[in-house]
Design a protein around this ligand. Sequence first.
Ligand code: CMC
Length: 427
Amino acid sequence: MGEHARLTLGDKDYELPRIKGAAGPDVLDVRKLYADADVFTFDPGFTSTASCESKITFVDGDKGILLHRGYSIEQLAENSSFLEVCYLLLNGELPNAADFVDFERTITYHTMLHAQFDRFFTGFRSDAHPMAIMTGAVGALSAFYHDSTNVDDPEQRKISAHRLIAKMPTIAARAYKYSIGQPFVSPRNDVTYAENFLRMAFSVPAEDWKPNPVLTRAMERIFILHADHEQNASTSTVRLAGSSGANPFACIAAGIACLWGPAHGGANEEALMMLNEIGSVDRIPEFIQGVKDRKYRLMGFGHRVYKNYDPRATVMQKTCHDVLDEVGDSDDPMLKVALELEKIALNDPYFVERKLFPNVDFYSGITLKAMGFPMTMFTVLFALARTVGWISQWKEMFEDPQRKLGRPRQLYTGPLQREYTPIDARG
Ligand code: CMC
């Protein structure tokens, strides 16, 4: 018999089994609580709720540790490729050489979109935000790939996962090309995943495009850093949408919609806007005062789980320096503002007491801008990279025998039943 927590309500005791994971806090199993004791647990924002069991990603927010299938994000960013990380997240193990060749080939040969799909892009206004296009276009994949939407078939689940990972760069690049009025560039099968994306985003038919190895490596790293992050808001959205049996393309579209918000993936865009607005180092004290006066938040700082330096931010800061050196922008005033702002915030009691540290978004905006991306594309790149995390979590959910429709309850505080009054009788 395992350990239990005891809950006393009135004159009755209820035992809540305490379950240990491989790491992280134990959980109290409250699944029978409502049936046994007629009470719900109340946890808006899910700050104390484990919504599922998972073997994919582990975050220790106090120590600043992020593991994918047991491998640290630092090691993966240093040694691995994005497609290898995709294989790892999807399958649980790093691939051997033959498996990797096979996987890379599968993804590469799924990168093209149905020719009719291009009409979707032209249906949008040319000034549409690329995230709006992404949300619509990814949802529309379900209208084109019916043969992989049966969620009860493991083979179809696998094919849809491969299709999503493969087609996201093509969709993201088209969303960008459409927004700047340039022709779409087709994917190529003889280059890496990151290079293929950069080529589709930046090459034009009028001249040859040469990859820059430093920028390609930076893109690869940025994709790796964003690949998964356990049960964050967008991943939980994908799981919740998937719990009803909705098709994977629709579920990922839901995840993209959630990611768009400024408290989540939209923060990289907001962080760069903020650095832009501050403009110079001498304006930082005034800006910090505004944060303390609660006029606004320091974007790219703070995290629901990390109460220490976000390990992704460390790698991102290094990548940022590599990129700025490469493009000859190491004197970028925004980098100066960011470095100084970080230094001041890390020593200021307001941020220290609240354990607010830079997160992955603090340096990603400066890096992506230096690589040539407009701000509106930042969250799109996050979505592209996070797709593997979303679909791995979605796939894991279907492999879990305990899978249930997600259906939270509520603490109702509205009016009790009342009589309907006709409109002319209302005051
Ligand atoms: N700037 C100033 N104060 C902050 C910030 C910030 N960025 N973040 C939290 N605080 C304060 C907040 O005002 C509160 O203070 P008090 O206790 O005095 O009221 C305290 O810290 C706790 O804040 P919270 O909102 O309860 O914490 P949370 O865990 O719900 O917030 C967060 C997490 C990410 C929404 C928040 O830190 C935030 O808004 N950060 C800025 C947006 C951002 O960078 N988001 C990217 C997150 S990482 C990438 C991703 O996951 O998408």
